[in-house]
Structure formats: C-alpha cells, structure tokens
Design a protein. Structure first.
Length: 168
C-alpha cells in the first residue's frame, strides 16, 4: 500500500471511532430536569388534632430563586399566582399551576432546577412558600405540608407560612 492509502485508512478509522464515541455518549448522557413535585397537604385545627386533607388548596411554582423573586405578604397577590421581581418591582406570573389529584395531593410538573413553591389555603386565607432545588433525574418527589391553624404564625419548619390577617 502506498502512503496516501495508509493516511486515508487511518483517517477513516479515526472518524469511525469518533462517530461511535459521540453516538454512545449521546445515548448515555440523558439528563432530565422534569419532576412531579407532589405536595401532600394536611390541616390541623387544634393541638393534637387529626390532620385533614383539604380540598381547596392550590399551588404555584415560579422558576428562579429568592435572590431574584420575592413572595409578597398579601394573600390577594399570591392566590392570583403572582410574585414580585426584585430588580424591576413588577409582578411575575407563575410558570406552573398545580393540579389536585384524586387523593387530594397537589401535583406540580417542574422543568427547572430552582423554583419557589407557593401553596395557598383559601379557606383559612393563609399561604406558605419555600425555595426548592430539583436535582437532575429526580422524576418524583413527595413533600408533606402541614398547616397547623392553632399555631398561628409561630412556625419552625422549612416552609415560610404567611398569615396576612394576623399581620394587620
């Protein structure tokens, strides 16, 4: 074989190896940020009482962090699915609105790593929020949330509860 033929075969072989590596790499590197973020709500009206599953709760997700977004302290803004952009001061509508399933759980289909989750309890005019970070390939996450009416604003949980009536 001459030198040109050797170079051609080596180049062709290298190209075949590169294509094979790229094809395998693309097939194995599937990373997803889709997550069914499921909230399991409970209401406890008095200390030691049984937790009831409410039927009228709703939830929203806003893509971003608390560095960029601020949850207002008014129930009217939150129940409409709106938070405030810290930079512009303007309202930001939710990216995801929840659906309530047959068992009373609230399901948010998230598609980003950082989100602020807001849960509203219209019957009690109370809402709670928290920042959530979704890791890659986390398909399903179930989070319990307890609204203990008897406690008022005295909460020490991962959720920030806001009782607008008691703040007036």
């Amino acid at each position: 074989m001459n030198n040109k033929t050797n170079i051609f075969h080596r180049t062709l072989a290298r190209l075949a190896v590169l294509v094979a590596v790229a094809a395998v790499g693309l097939g194995c590197q599937r990373v997803a940020l889709d997550c069914s973020y499921t909230l399991v709500p409970h209401v406890q009206t008095y200390s030691g009482g049984v937790g009831n599953t409410p039927s009228d709760w709703t939830a929203y997700a806003f893509y971003g962090t608390t560095e960029r977004l601020r949850v207002p302290s008014t129930f009217d803004s939150v129940i409409m699915g709106q938070v405030i952009d810290r930079k512009t001061g303007e309202g930001v509508l939710c990216n995801v609105q929840a659906m309530q399933n047959d068992s009373g759980n609230i399901v948010l289909q998230l598609h980003a790593t950082d989100a602020i989750i807001v849960v509203c309890a219209p019957e009690y005019e109370v809402f709670a929020w928290k920042q959530a970070t979704i890791t890659e390939n986390l398909w399903y996450l179930e989070i319990p949330i307890w609204l203990r009416i008897w406690r008022g604003a005295d909460y020490k949980e991962s959720w920030q509860f806001v009782f607008p009536k008691s703040e007036e």
